[in-house]
Ligand binder design. Structure first.
Ligand code: SF4
Length: 713
């Protein structure tokens, strides 16, 4: 039964975490009949991507709603400007006045770009849009980016360059069933999004083959038919080797290549240099395996009479300083085999964060305006400025990418004030110790979050926001499906939605003078309607996606664009996809005598991203309580390390310590750490700031380290 003043039981919504956005139904217990815990109960609900399943994270999501560590009031430092002083509660007016005054002081003294905005890929479409708009319209700063830069930016850059559009999966996820071969490159859905494994198993049950390319024998790799185990950072060389064999042996779809692509001659010349024996030297994958994998994938291409082949990349392949070119090589392979646009075939990226896709579509990236428009394009600026009711000339140009923005904080030419929403870079950014130092150099750090994350803990002002079950909004899933998040319960008194926070801030920053007084409505529906107008005609066009259609009873959301793209043409100037002749590059910071091993980082099933939320959920903490270092027994023996021993891992950028887990599932030359924890076990203390030249993606997945048993404490 419903709680008076709150939504009735049985609210259809979606999981707050990853981009699968599994459907769930929330029921709200009536506390007049007892005190069930948690008060909000979660049940799985059928949805296209989640197939009516939830993983451990989704099942336990409601445990955080009434968590004692939820923030319930704005917090200011007792001694303003002194971050060693304790936090004291404040009213909302006082807190927002402090923030607005800090913004004004910094911009008067140092210019508009002295204030920066950093968003998160878990924000709803409406929040992402409003945050990007606040930066451009109310703050007029170019300094805005989001942590999606650390997730999908390489795949996004590659898809835009090659296919003319970036939508994680440019086909419905259910297209996977029926494919002849599914190749997962650097993807571990068995732990990151377990319900997705139902799609993978369906491929196998229908007679298809599943291939996993990963330096670790992950649970996904263990469930695959074929596991290829290259050195971290060498996926591009492997893909070039596959292209070499396909083109050498005439296995390509010549008609598709001639009719639907550009650049085959340059690609052919590049691929010629990656004969299998050379690829073996670069990747550690035996030459024979390179050849057999190429022939396996090609045999399922439509041109060979196959049912289709699907190539999916994820963070393992993308989070590198060569990430964009690695994905371009994967797309090259898909294109020469004639896969994109055909049923049960193509290339896609498995988006990670809940709304990583929507974040970049609605203007939260340094170089983009809503509708996935370039901020440097005069026509795009004019369109968006028209919707916003401001002069196009007043819109700033492109700013710094996420890591570069964090690295510039507190420097003479960098931001002096940072507004950070729904992100925890003290744990999730590369070279995290250095990033912490840069945040400490700011004049003012403002964090909006649900809990006292590691980044909120070093802020000047902390603003408590509502959680997913306490608000309405839309999210965009990994297949470009816009789904509805619905409110089931009231937030704790004292919390505000991010839209309310932005509206309050805009009121203090010149609403009605520098920009329209109603520019920042707090109602999600109004923001969504504006977002549709702003995106109309852009690369990601939501103008046909109606709020009511997304929210209709039984609706599983609405795809923006066509569910299966590229059937007849690519959204490029001439309708053709572009092949790219990429070249393998060695790691920017490779192994040497001092740092002889490679560290790769990743995820565990029971934690999500920086862990700010999931490390507070008791059932998840029981499953995954703390950081660890996976070490192969052979490597461990060489260092005198036993299972459970505290291990010190040192890179050129920092030190981390965590217990060793001895396992043969990692290579003998590679160790693995999950990145969900801060403190001594923080994996990102080690990772380098090398950036992809195109996407500005940091090198998260390959880091030269040395290893030793830490002295017992
Ligand atoms: Fe939530 Fe992702 Fe787990 Fe689904 S797979 S329940 S969306 S965390």
């Amino acid at each position: 039964s419903a709680v008076p003043g709150q939504a009735p039981a049985g609210v259809a919504t979606h999981c707050p975490y990853c981009a699968l956005q599994c459907g769930m139904t929330l029921t709200v217990a009536d506390r007049t009949t007892g005190l069930p815990s948690p008060r909000v109960q979660v049940q799985p609900r059928a949805s296209a991507a989640g197939l009516g399943r939830l993983c451990q994270k989704g099942w336990s999501a409601a445990e955080l709603l009434e968590h004692p560590e939820r923030l319930r009031t704005p917090l200011l430092r007792e001694v303003p400007g002194d971050r060693t002083s304790r936090f004291v509660p404040s009213g909302w007016d006082e807190a927002l006045d402090v923030v607005a005054a800090g913004i004004r002081a910094a911009q008067v003294a140092h210019g508009r770009d002295a204030v920066a905005v950093f968003g998160g890929g878990g924000l709803t479409n409406e929040k992402a849009y409003a945050l990007g708009k606040l930066a451009r319209v109310a703050l007029r700063t170019s300094q805005v980016d989001y942590n999606g830069r650390f997730c999908m930016s390489s795949a996004a850059a590659a898809a835009n360059a090659a296919l003319g559009v970036d939508r994680g999966l440019p086909f419905p996820v259910r297209d996977l069933v029926g494919t002849g071969v599914l190749v997962l490159l650097g993807s571990n859905p068995a732990e990151t999004m377990p319900p997705f494994m139902a799609h993978v198993q369906a491929v196998q049950e229908a007679g298809g083959t599943v291939v996993v390319v990963d330096p670790r024998r992950t649970p996904t790799a263990a469930a695959a038919d074929v596991h290829v185990q290259p050195l971290p950072g060498s996926d591009m060389a492997l893909l070039l080797g596959l292209l070499h064999v396909v083109l050498r042996d005439g296995l390509e779809d010549a008609a598709y290549v001639a009719g639907r692509t550009r650049g085959i001659e340059e690609l052919r010349a590049a691929a010629r240099r990656y004969w299998p024996e050379r690829v073996e030297r670069l990747t550690g994958v035996p030459a024979g395996e390179v050849g057999s994998l190429a022939r396996l994938v090609a045999s399922h291409a439509p041109v060979a009479g196959g049912r289709g082949a699907v190539l999916l990349t994820a963070r393992g392949s993308e989070q590198h300083a060569t990430g964009t070119d690695t994905v371009l090589a994967a797309i090259d392979l898909a294109l020469v085999l004639g896969l994109p646009g055909r049923p049960h075939a193509g290339y896609g990226c498995l988006t990670g964060q809940g709304n990583g896709q929507g974040g970049r579509e609605h203007g939260l990236k340094a170089d983009q305006l809503p509708g996935y428009r370039s901020i440097s394009d005069p026509a795009a600026r004019a369109h968006v400025a028209g919707v916003w009711g401001v002069d196009p000339a007043s819109l700033p140009g492109p700013g710094r990418s996420a890591y570069e923005l964090l690295d510039a904080c507190g420097r003479p030419d960098g931001p002096r004030v940072l507004l950070l929403a729904g992100s925890n870079p003290v744990v999730s950014a590369p070279r995290a110790g250095h990033v912490s130092d840069r945040l400490a150099a700011l004049d003012l750090l403002v964090v909006t979050d649900l809990v006292m994350s590691e980044t909120a803990a070093v802020a000047d002002v902390v603003l408590p926001t509502t959680m997913w079950a306490e608000e309405d909004g839309t999210m965009t899933t990994l297949e470009g499906r816009v789904v509805r998040r619905r409110k089931a319960v009231d937030a704790p008194v004292g919390c505000r939605t991010d839209l309310q926070v932005l509206a309050g801030l805009a009121d203090r920053l010149g609403a009605g003078t520098d920009f329209p007084a109603d520019a920042f409505p707090a109602a999600p529906r109004l923001v969504f309607e504006e977002l549709r107008r702003a995106s109309a005609g852009g690369r990601a066009d939501y103008s046909h996606v109606g709020w009511d259609a997304v929210a209709a009873d039984g609706s599983d959301g609405v795809h923006w664009g066509s569910p299966r793209m590229f059937v007849d043409r690519f959204p490029t100037a001439d309708g053709r996809a572009v092949l790219h002749a990429v070249e393998h590059r060695a790691l920017v910071e490779d192994v040497d005598a001092e740092f002889p091993w490679l560290l790769t980082t990743g995820r565990v099933l029971a934690q999500y991203q920086s862990g700010a939320q999931t490390r507070r959920v008791p059932s998840l903490v029981r499953s995954a309580p703390s950081s660890f270092v996976e070490v192969h027994p052979v490597l461990a023996a060489a260092h005198g390390i036993g299972d459970g021993d505290l291990v010190r891992v040192t890179s050129r950028h920092g030190v981390a310590e965590a217990p060793a887990r001895l396992t043969p599932t990692v290579r003998t030359d590679t160790v693995f750490m999950p990145f969900h924890w801060g403190g001594a076990g923080r994996a990102n203390s080690l990772t380098p700031p090398a950036l992809d030249p195109t996407s500005r993606m940091p090198e998260f997945k390959a880091c030269a380290v040395r290893l030793e048993r830490a002295a017992p404490v």
